[in-house]
Design a protein around this ligand. Sequence first.
Ligand SMILES: [Zn+2]
Ligand SMILES: [Zn+2]
Length: 369
Amino acid sequence: MQAQAAVMPERHGRWRIDTLEVAEPGPQEVLVRVVASGICQTDVHARDGFFPIPYPAVFGHEGAGVVERVGRAVTTLKPGDHVLMANPSCGACSECLAGFETYCSNAPMLKQSGYRADGTSLSFRQGQEPLYGSFFQQSSFASLTLATARNTIRVPDEVPLDILAAFPCGVNTGAGAVMHVLKPQPGDSYVAFGTGTVGCAGLLAAKRAGCDPIIAVDVFDERLTLARSLGAIHTVNATDPQLVNAVRSLAGGRGAQWCLEAAGIPAALRAAVEVLAPRGTVCLVGSAGAGVEVSLEMRTLQQGRLVRGCIQGESDVQTFLPRLIDLYRAGQLPIEQLVRHYPHAAINDAVADMLAGTTIKAVLQISTA
Ligand SMILES: [Zn+2]
Ligand SMILES: [Zn+2]
């Protein structure tokens, strides 16, 4: 079987569309025709060499599509099912067994090794040259790809796949961090540091929880305008030299009870700690490269402030993604307002627009349903 895939030939390179040969699904795998895929900052980090996956490689970890074939041991999915491909986990390690699959001990191998879940075989071939895939056990920047049944989630046929492609990582992470980790109560103050997909999804979840006020911080004024339309009461540009004082006073002077740091920038994390009220919590979801450090004034933690992080919203994707889709259909998560579509071959333009801040969520249209 042949797939059209956006291949990254080398570190810091440009994506090119190539024809690849796709392997047969193994017993626990599914072959998915990818209709659309979100692009996330982590794909850009993969381009730039943050992970051990060798080049050339196919990335993409927010696939939405239709099941073509299933492996012989797969009982939960069948050809024709509409699906999302999400964060992989092994299901057998102590973290998975404790119900915290986002901290799966085997996640580094499953996400970033370039190999299928067996650890030795490759999902794509291009002539005689090895080519790496199975990024997050999906490599969704390909028109046909292999995923594990465990990280493939059935979704309703009538919801557009090119909107749902924003959900597996970005929306899941932001909404999950608020709903599973922070758990704010009505009337609590909430600050979003960073208003990309993750920050906006968190903001929508905070609004749904009844947070008031909701304050959004970003360097891009257009994003702050969008944040207001999604429910932010106040916005502050992150370049404001009085950022901390401004946010604290907008949060009622005592500081904010909850912060989501989705920017992944040391100055943003430090500011998020400094705007907290006594006993307030900041959850870090923005990702930074290895070796990036943050400095904090130690006494800022003595007010009972809590700094913690989470991966992928601490979500069980098999149950949480369907719940988020229900909220989307009920009009409570208007994710379509974040999405801009691009043809598969325009992936380099899509990433450039994301990095420039002009596109919140880029979704590639890869094949027709
Ligand atoms: Zn595990
Ligand atoms: Zn991601």
